[in-house]
Design a protein around this ligand. Structure first.
Ligand SMILES: Cc1cc2nc3c(=O)[nH]c(=O)nc-3n(C[C@H](O)[C@H](O)[C@H](O)COP(=O)(O)OP(=O)(O)OC[C@H]3O[C@@H](n4cnc5c(N)ncnc54)[C@H](O)[C@@H]3O)c2cc1C
Length: 296
């Protein structure tokens, strides 16, 4: 039997974003706690030792982080960092960001999705984080708040490596904004089973029909999420935008170029070769779903 010993943990609970910022000014190296589905695992399993003077600041119930705004004129969706996967998988959010809803439905279990937040997924920045390829494919913008005020970063600049981000000491993620695109979008992942599974490979494809572009982001196949720029450029020129069709050759090449963008590793979940093959298949299938009108 494994006995888990956790020391009592004091948690500061600011009531507003301003209060949270003031708390962080006093405790710049405080640990932020949202749904706790990553952080509490780290603490309970002893991978993060809470020192006596280390503060924990709960941000998961801050009204400013719990809310979202859909702007139909700008065609954007601004998600507070503490919006949960359970909210993302349902209407109305699912209608504006369908790939994010699809990714949300693959996260953990209903219990995990009720607690787990998009901000927590971003801050943990695991290469296997299911929300992250979607945010990367959508060119999401992350809003950060610290003592020096607000700054925004494209999500691909926010994610700097394996569990590494551009978040500075004393800063928190306030929101992430995605465009509401006109075009098909979807997320797919490969794991060892259908639920409660960490992605061995994941991919998000998002079509911008008016802009005639295809965006493709890959997860679990590099230190952090990567965009497959060559595959995207190939799709933009080989898709027949009028009939919404793509040839088998073009779809196959799209898969190969996606695989070429990956730099996976062998680990206990899969080999690098398997991961590369998995993203090739995922990318090709996603392109086929986006443009189902058969071969040219
Ligand atoms: C059983 C189980 C299954 C899981 N399955 C999946 C899965 O299928 N796919 C997947 O992607 N993930 C999965 N996870 C991981 C986890 O649920 C997600 O990463 C989740 O999105 C984390 O969100 P949270 O709110 O729980 O974060 P927390 O655990 O509260 O925090 C995570 C990290 O983010 C920081 N943080 C939180 N909020 C902010 C903020 N606003 N600003 C700055 N930093 C912040 C915290 O300090 C901490 O470092 C699983 C976890 C468990 C326990």
């Amino acid at each position: 039997m494994t006995v888990c010993k956790v020391a009592p943990m004091g948690v500061l609970t600011p009531a507003s974003l301003d209060e949270a910022l003031a708390t962080l000014s006093e405790h710049p190296d405080a640990l932020l706690l949202a749904g706790g589905t990553d952080l509490m695992v780290e603490i309970n399993e002893g991978r993060h030792h809470l020192s006596d003077d280390e503060s924990v600041v709960a941000v998961g119930q801050l009204p400013e982080l719990r809310s979202w705004v859909h702007d139909p004129v700008a065609r954007t969706l601004r998600l507070g960092a503490a919006v949960t996967y359970a909210e993302l998988e349902r209407e109305p959010l699912a209608g504006w960001a369908p790939a994010l809803a699809q990714a949300a439905r693959t996260v953990g279990s209903p219990q995990i999705r009720n607690a787990a937040t998009i901000g927590g997924n971003l801050a943990t920045c695991s290469p296997a984080g299911d929300g992250l390829p979607v945010l990367a494919a959508l060119d999401a913008v992350v809003e950060l708040l610290g003592h020096d005020g607000t700054r925004t970063l494209p999500v691909v600049e926010f994610m700097t490596g394996v569990k590494r981000t551009a978040l500075r000491s004393g800063e928190l993620i306030v929101s992430v904004t995605v465009p509401v695109l006109d075009g098909w979008q979807g997320y797919a992942k490969v794991g060892v089973r259908n639920a409660m599974v960490i992605a061995i490979a994941g991919a998000c494809l998002a079509v911008d029909r008016p802009g005639r572009t295809v965006r493709l982001a890959l997860g679990s196949v590099a230190p952090t999420i990567v965009r497959a720029a060559d595959a995207e450029a190939h799709a933009a020129t080989t898709v027949d935008w009028d009939t919404e069709a793509v040839s088998d050759d073009a779809a196959n090449r799209f898969g190969e170029l996606a695989a070429a963008a990956a730099s996976p590793i062998d680990d206990h979940r899969a080999t690098a070769a398997y991961r590369r093959r998995a993203v090739e298949v995922l990318a090709r299938r996603l392109l086929r779903r986006a443009f189902p009108n058969g071969s040219l």
